[in-house]
Design a protein around this ligand. Structure first.
Ligand code: ADP
Ligand code: MG
Length: 234
């Protein structure tokens, strides 16, 4: 995918993104790292078009993220699964396809099942979210993001609420999606996943992109900020 971030600033009470600029061509899996509060989630929400930046713009595949066609073209996976609690995993997906993509009941249900199978949830799809593990629920929300067939999937710390074993399950499920031809932009604190999966890494610190490049930047930090960050994560 192409990603262009142009003069992007965003202010809540304080300025949380400070004139961020970046132009990338042809990467499929962009990992965003940095300490808490550095602006990663804000950047991801702006990329999703969920919020409007105070100034500047973001283009994904040459389309402004404010366009309505962009919003139809992304899937978002949040820190917590946010599935509807009263619906089965399958219905969580098929309902969205019926209501927002105007699919027939049959097509919606088949698409839901296909994507749940892709995430190895074939034997869980008739259960409610509270009757599956946190890792399975998170995999279901990845299946839900995939089911609208977006070009880009954004994931904000998809494993932050999971124990190490479930984290491993979810991250390997994401790695197995590599062949689908989708693009991923993800925030994570799991550096092994960044090394394995990302083809580009963005390191944020206090609302700025301090370093960016191939995952090898993790091994040879140029800035004190990234060196310090890498000494604290594994
Ligand atoms: P990260 O995801 O890297 O932890 P965030 O983007 O969530 O960082 O937050 C960056 C800064 O913006 C933090 O100081 C946070 O407190 C602040 N912030 C984030 N969202 C809001 C909001 N909706 N209202 C006010 N401040 C916010
Ligand atoms: Mg965050």
């Amino acid at each position: 995918m192409k990603l262009a971030i142009q003069n992007l600033s965003h202010t809540y009470d304080i300025e949380v993104l400070k004139n961020v600029q970046l132009e990338l061509d042809d990467y499929n899996a962009i990992g965003i790292i940095g300490v808490s509060g550095s602006g990663k989630s804000t950047l991801l929400r702006l990329m999703a078009g969920l919020e409007k930046p105070s100034s500047g713009d973001i283009f994904i595949n040459e389309q402004s993220v404010h366009s309505s066609s962009h919003r139809d073209n992304i899937g978002f996976v949040f820190q917590h699964h946010n599935l509807f609690p009263h619906l089965t995993l399958e219905r969580n997906i098929s309902l969205i396809l019926e209501k927002t993509r105007h699919k027939s009941k049959e097509v919606a249900s088949a698409t839901a099942r296909k994507n749940l199978e892709l995430l190895h949830l074939h034997d869980q799809m008739h259960k409610l979210p509270k009757h599956v593990s946190g890792g399975q629920a998170q995999r279901a929300s990845i299946a839900r993001a995939l089911s609208v067939d977006p070009e880009v999937i954004l994931l904000d710390e998809p494993t932050s609420s999971l124990d190490p074993i479930l984290t491993h399950d979810v991250l390997s499920a994401i790695e197995n999606l590599r062949g689908l031809g989708k693009n991923f932009i993800f925030v994570t604190h799991v550096m092994s996943f960044v090394r394995d999966f990302a083809d580009y890494v963005i390191f944020m610190h206090e609302g700025e992109i301090v370093e960016h490049g191939s995952p090898t930047i993790l091994d040879k930090p140029q800035s004190n900020e990234l060196a310090d960050f890498m000494s604290k994560v594994r």
